[in-house]
Ligand binder design. Structure first.
Ligand SMILES: *[C@@H]1O[C@H](CO)[C@@H](O)[C@H](O)[C@H]1NC(C)=O
Ligand SMILES: *[C@@H]1O[C@H](CO)[C@@H](O)[C@H](O)[C@H]1NC(C)=O
Ligand SMILES: *[C@@H]1O[C@H](CO)[C@@H](O)[C@H](O)[C@H]1NC(C)=O
Length: 463
């Protein structure tokens, strides 16, 4: 690891990271529970990117959209309140989307109205980005990657309406390998929503909070890594785009419908992809297509919904706090269902499951002073003056025995020393789908094996 060639700063980061891996049993009352003992300061956003520029040539480097490793506005700090409210907008969109298609239209109609109209960026802000190349000669673009949608698109020139982005727009007329898809091509009918203009196929995607992308459906060479150059990749060349998308050039769709990156490249990569989301905005993770899973990965069945074919579902069956299982009936989880999403930040649980988690967590944290709630997070602590803190472990247990022992950085969302909050929230309604968000996935190899219908988690995939 970084141990052998590190600057003072990254050595320090490594040291605190090693500390955070310690799970020490502490005696508290009569029980012994498992806890993380960690330096709080290590969880504050860093200011230097500690990830090497030239990473593994076979993988895409994944970085947080904010922070020193991001190619987009590096150094700009996110507005947390806005970030969390945009996260809620995405969750409302997912809940609305999933319930409308499972015949609950009438009871759910009101939810759509709750989506904040001004945010325009529920995809992007709390998200992770990768660099990919389009066209010949290839031009590099920073895109948000999203397991919750299918179509890959980038903003293109000439553009009728584009949101501001960091890089120059992609100009298909300057790529020798670009071609438009015609309306009568079967490729055009793979789209959820298409139209026809002068014989050319146009796509439209809406993300529920008024952010959307519209444009010509085309194909061109996609360069993922120097060894993954993929001709005739189908994508959207957006000329009417709304939303902020975090100043990214577009979106990489990793859902499971035919038009997604994974589906298009199924014959080459066997329907497998994996990623690891870094624990801090100053480190990097990876996104990898194909390849075998690391040996420490534990699998749980991948579930599908015929009415929601884009999304990856799985069976959450139990939650452990401090090493002990919470008294939650399995039907609480199975009635709601659970979605694994790279684009949601904070994990959402059925209301009674969240209540049980919160209550146990608070019981085991009584030695710390509580701090005011922050947005959707209602269990916060003030660690001012504490060098190290001791926090109960949290584990999500999935069907088949796969367990995600949430990394310390996925248990508390640390805004600053005086406000660190339990990084989980409850859904409003017991029938709303539970969502495993990206904060809880940090540092795990998350393997999507569509061919064998399984999802795997392996610890210590990245730093
Ligand atoms: C694709 O369609 C657009 C819009 O009609 C057109 O301007 C462009 O020349 C076409 N590109 C190619 C390579 O055919
Ligand atoms: C740090 O945490 C402990 C609980 O373990 C608490 O009792 C103590 O007062 C805290 N220290 C400071 C300086 O706030
Ligand atoms: C950070 O700390 C200050 C107090 O020093 C507090 O008022 C503020 O709300 C905290 N949280 C965030 C998200 O900035």
């Amino acid at each position: 690891m970084a141990l052998f060639h590190c600057s003072l700063l990254s050595c320090y980061a490594f040291f605190v990271l090693a500390l955070s891996l310690l799970q020490s049993p502490l005696v508290h009352g009569r029980e012994t529970e498992s806890r993380h003992v960690v330096s709080v300061r290590s969880l504050l956003p860093g200011s230097v990117c500690s990830s090497p520029r030239d990473s593994n040539p076979f993988m895409l480097k994944v970085v947080h959209r904010h922070g020193p490793c991001s190619p987009l506005t590096p150094g700009q700090k996110p507005d947390y309140t806005e970030l969390l409210s945009q996260d809620q907008a995405r969750v409302n969109w997912l809940h609305h989307w999933i319930s409308t298609s499972s015949n609950q239209k009438s009871t759910r109609a009101s939810l759509a109205a709750n989506i904040p109209a001004s945010s325009g960026g529920s995809i992007g802000t709390g998200n992770y980005v990768v660099n990919v190349g389009f066209g010949t000669p290839t031009k590099e673009f920073t895109v948000v990657f999203d397991t919750g949608s299918d179509l890959t698109w980038i903003q293109c020139s000439p553009c009728r309406s584009c949101y501001p982005q960091q890089q120059q727009l992609f100009d298909p007329s300057r790529s020798s390998t670009y071609s438009n898809i015609s309306c009568n091509s079967p490729k055009c009918s793979q789209l959820d929503s298409s139209s026809c203009l002068a014989g050319r196929c146009r796509y439209e995607v809406d993300y529920g909070d008024k952010s959307q992308s519209e444009g010509f459906f085309g194909s061109d060479t996609l360069t993922l890594t120097p060894s993954d150059v993929l001709p005739n990749f189908l994508f959207g060349c957006g000329d009417q785009n709304k939303g902020l998308f975090g100043q990214a050039a577009g979106l990489l769709g990793l859902g499971r419908q035919p038009v997604s990156l994974v589906s298009q490249l199924k014959s080459k990569y066997g329907g497998v992809f994996s990623y690891c989301l870094p624990s801090t905005s100053s480190s990097s993770g990876y996104l990898k297509l194909g390849g075998g899973a690391p040996s420490n990965v534990n699998f749980t069945p991948m579930r599908a919904s015929s009415s929601q074919p884009s999304f990856y579902f799985l069976d959450l069956v139990a939650i452990e706090v401090g090493g002990k299982q919470l008294p939650i009936s399995q039907t609480v989880f199975s009635n709601a269902g659970t979605l694994l999403d790279s684009g949601t930040v904070i994990t959402r649980l059925p209301p009674s499951a969240y209540a049980a988690l919160r209550s146990r967590f608070r019981q085991l944290m009584t030695m710390y002073k509580m701090a005011p709630p922050q947005s959707i997070l209602d269990t916060c602590y003030d660690f001012t003056g504490n060098d190290t803190v001791s926090v109960p472990t949290v584990a999500l247990v999935f069907g088949g025995g796969a367990t995600l022992n949430v990394d310390f950085t996925g248990i508390l969302y640390v805004f600053n020393m005086s406000q660190a909050c339990l990084a989980f929230a409850g859904n409003d309604d017991a029938s709303d789908v539970g969502i495993i968000g990206n904060v809880q996935q940090k540092r795990f190899d998350v393997v999507y094996d569509i061919t064998n219908s399984r999802i795997g988690f392996g610890a210590n995939g990245c730093s």
